[in-house]
Design a protein around this ligand. Structure first.
Ligand code: TEU
Ligand code: CA
Length: 554
């Protein structure tokens, strides 16, 4: 089918924490292959693998030192080939993470580049003279650090939007771009089914960002040549394959998303937006314990659903390896009942929207945030850098406040091992896990849920199946029915033949559903799914975190 990705559900595997087959405490490719039947059972279509390439190890694989090699900890190229073959045998597609805004500082290109100012690879990266003995400009990177690092050997600075170990590639350099396209084609030729493209909106740097003028620098998203580069990439790589492309694009609005992923843009199939991820930010960005306001969620989702309709395609996600666990953030993990109901409600809410849903590993089990008792239990570089800046240097948070922020928002929440069973290593490992296992694995685990028809896992399975059965979920127009209600989110999907009514209570309190009566009119309705057992009618009050979906025929 053309555009098969519109009907697909993507499942993100974070290889380090998925399944450890050899007992060294680190997830690996053989582990993923062992669990393919589990993913087939869930019913997802595509597996997106976070980076498995050889890496410098400063940012959990997002600092690649060889694009053509598999990280030793994860296995070998033969293990990868086996994974690809076994996935394809089950009808599962494999999407690779493509990290080409930067490489590791251990990449051979950078090793050469830093040797001397005249090295042929010098220009593969962004080197600048200092400004009056200081950094070229004051630009800050994403991880609470300046974006420039001095390199003594040649007495210049290189740019890094992320860690010091992740120098930014210079996309102005044509030869560098060609090498990237060659590499991409090598993987596509091998038979992979597409790419998720890391911070791809940042590859073209505005002049001000790279100026040695002592200025403030400039936001690097949506730079002047980004669309030219992506059109070139499309032409030289993807357009020759039946593959899926999703760009991770900080800084996009719906209109900008159409430039990247419009149906006739000849760039990407879809992009990940960050506006939803930002609705609960505080004055210092993500480092807060503040809870979102449902009205902000509604405004954001509605803008994107309406803004891309018939123009481009939405990616739907509530979490990933950079975000806290979705049930803890958007739902309620404070009691077993609320946990179960809200996890199912969020699944309903997300999957009934228009777009391609992304399930992050463990969400289908309702995995929750973890509690880190101190920095010694943390593993993520972003957490260490933020702590240093906000607690030690600027003292804007006390230790306890920052630990509360880290426990609410830190990336390690998403990175604790998959909870396969209630045993010591949670069925993830026979050894010592590289990061702590959430102690609630005794209660929340796959073994308990897979065969239980009432489990969160089984609910995901049903919802994923519904997408295949009803085209209206893919094609129907979105319409919000209660834009001003701060507690309940009700939306419809409409096509020529039918309407779909999706009702979600985002609170633990009972909420009236009288407002749907007018929308129903005299239409005949059928309940497609819900997270409470009773056969309710649409206007019945919604219980705590209740979600119900009805098909209405005129
Ligand atoms: O993330 C890009 C990105 O925008 C992050 O800075 C994000 O805002 C942050 O993680 C939220 O706290 C991508 C990858 O998904 C992330 O894992 C990498 O660390 C980063 O790029 C650098 O490659
Ligand atoms: Ca291992």
């Amino acid at each position: 089918m053309a555009d098969w990705w519109k009907k697909s559900v993507v499942y993100q595997v974070y290889p380090r924490s998925f399944m450890d087959a050899n007992g060294d405490g680190i997830g690996d490719l053989k582990g993923i292959t062992q669990k393919l039947d589990y993913l087939a059972e869930l019913g997802v279509d595509v597996i997106w693998l976070s980076p498995i390439y050889q890496s410098g190890g400063t940012d959990a694989g997002y600092d690649i030192s060889d694009y053509y090699a598999i990280e030793q900890e994860f296995g070998t190229m033969a293990d990868f080939d086996e994974l690809l073959l076994e996935a394809h045998r089950r009808g599962l597609k494999i999407v690779m993470d493509l990290v080409v805004n930067h490489t590791s500082d251990k990449h051979a290109w950078f090793q050469e580049s830093r040797m001397d100012r005249n090295n042929p690879k010098r220009d593969y990266y962004i080197w600048r003279d200092g400004h009056e003995g200081q950094m070229p400009n004051q630009m800050m990177g994403y991880f609470c650090e300046p974006a420039w690092e001095h390199d003594a050997k040649t007495d210049q600075y290189y740019m890094h939007l992320f860690t010091i170990g992740q120098p930014d590639l210079n996309w102005e350099n044509k030869q560098m771009r060609e090498e990237i396209y060659t590499m991409m084609n090598w993987w596509l030729q091998k038979g992979i089914d597409g790419f998720r493209m890391d911070v791809i909106s940042c590859i073209s740097k505005p002049a001000k960002a790279v100026a040695s003028d002592g200025g403030q620098g400039m936001d690097c998203t949506n730079g002047p040549k980004v669309h030219a580069y992506l059109k070139e990439m499309h032409e030289k790589t993807f357009s020759n394959y039946d593959c899926i492309t999703v760009g991770e694009t900080p800084g996009v609005t719906p209109d900008i998303a159409v430039q990247y992923a419009g149906f006739d843009a000849n760039e990407l199939n879809m992009v990940f937006q960050f506006e939803l991820m930002d609705v609960d930010s505080g004055p210092l960005g993500k480092w807060t314990t503040q809870r979102y306001d449902l009205l902000d969620v509604k405004r954001t989702i509605t803008r994107w659903q309406e803004g891309l309709f018939n123009r481009a395609w939405n990616s739907l996600y509530l979490g990933n390896h950079d975000q806290p666990r979705c049930v803890s953030r958007w739902g309620d993990d404070s009691t077993p009942l609320y946990w179960e109901k809200s996890a199912k409600m969020l699944c309903t809410f997300l999957h009934m929207l228009q777009g391609t849903p992304y399930v992050y590993q463990g969400d289908e089990l309702g995995m929750t945030n973890v509690r880190l008792d101190g920095l010694s239990e943390a593993r993520d570089v972003e957490i260490f850098n933020a702590y240093r800046l906000y607690v030690e240097e600027q003292q804007v948070f006390t230790h306890d406040e920052m630990m509360a922020n880290i426990n609410a928002r830190g990336r390690d929440n998403a990175r604790t091992p998959m909870q396969w069973n209630d045993g010591k290593g949670a069925g993830f490992t026979q050894g010592d896990p590289w990061i702590k296992i959430n102690e609630n694995h005794t209660r929340i685990n796959a073994q308990k849920q897979v065969g239980d028809p009432d489990s969160i896992f089984s609910y995901y399975k049903q919802v994923i199946h519904l997408r295949k059965a009803y085209d209206i979920i893919t094609d129907g127009a979105y319409k919000i029915l209660d834009a001003e209600n701060p507690n309940v989110y009700t939306y419809a999907r409409e096509d020529e033949n039918a309407k779909l009514l999706v009702m979600c209570n985002f609170t633990a309190q009972e909420q009236s559903a009288d407002h749907v009566a007018a929308y129903l009119g005299q239409g005949k309705y059928k309940r497609l799914i819900g997270n409470y057992a009773n056969e309710s009618s649409p206007t019945d009050a919604l219980q705590a975190y209740e979600a119900r979906v009805y098909l209405i025929e005129a």
